[in-house]
Design a protein around this ligand. Sequence first.
Ligand SMILES: C[S@@+](CC[C@H](N)C(=O)[O-])C[C@H]1O[C@@H](n2cnc3c(N)ncnc32)[C@H](O)[C@@H]1O
Length: 312
Amino acid sequence: MTYHHIPAMPNEVMFYLNCQPGKIYVDCTLGGCGHARAICEKISPNGLLIGIDQDRDAITNAEFALQPYATNVRLFHGNFSRLSHFLSELNIAAVDGILLDLGLSLHHLENSGRGFSFQKDEPLDMRMDVRIPKTARDIVNHLTAGELKEIFKNYGEERWAKPIARAIVKARNQTEIKTSKQLVQIINKAIPRHVAADQRIHPATRVFMALRIAVNEELEILDGFMARFADYLNPNGRLCVLSFHSLEDRIVKRHLKTLEKGCICPPRMPICTCGKKPVIRLLAKRVVRPSAEEITANPMVRSTRLRAAEKI
Ligand SMILES: C[S@@+](CC[C@H](N)C(=O)[O-])C[C@H]1O[C@@H](n2cnc3c(N)ncnc32)[C@H](O)[C@@H]1O
């Protein structure tokens, strides 16, 4: 199997993670192992990389790609929401750095055959972990028009959510929607022609993104992880998160802001009674974006946002 992915913002990620020999790091989203390989280089000879991915293809690739560092690597096929479980399997209480590089890899779009891309004609699946029960096909064929509209609006910020949802329900009354191509044709018909012609992006972009987020419960899982990540870090341990759209970034930013804050007593209180202390400090006050050179070399990274923090 060839696994294709170009890591986003590798220099910035390595700068903020500040990996040290002998320490323990978690790459929660191995993908094509670009970042994981760079981490292994830095932590050798006696550090440890715990590598996680919910996609079996990524783990198969990692077994090969990280072979030169095998003694420094432990791999887990599963969701990063289960990090505490993986750490206890290794008898590790806390680590020195965590990387999340969210979303899809190029492999998903180009070679997975699971309907992530609106440019291909594939079964409408969209599961990153094929062990989870619900596929995109289940969602488009079984949810009500109202439920579909909510998914397209909330997870895709799709302006035409309602007509697209209605068109899906109408089309599936004729025949089940099984493929990405069928869905693209329905979306194309649901959006007025002059609107579609004016859009900078393909008319199906937002619906495909929304379905993928819904199938993999991406935002709920990120929210849960961001609420707990600091428990898994040693003092001075670092978190780096690469996100690819504003819905993800908003979640990351909100949690970091809460954890960065100390006392939350009302200003009129003479002394602090809440006892809240800052848990982290931000390593970059603002979101970090890819350089112009990186965007020119790899336009796919243009919407990437990096946030980094250190546990106090
Ligand atoms: C953008 S790619 C990571 C690319 C990687 N950093 C590299 O250098 O090649 C995202 C990967 O994260 C995985 N992933 C996404 N959400 C996940 C989750 N909740 N748990 C585990 N893996 C996840 C996907 O299967 C995909 O392989």
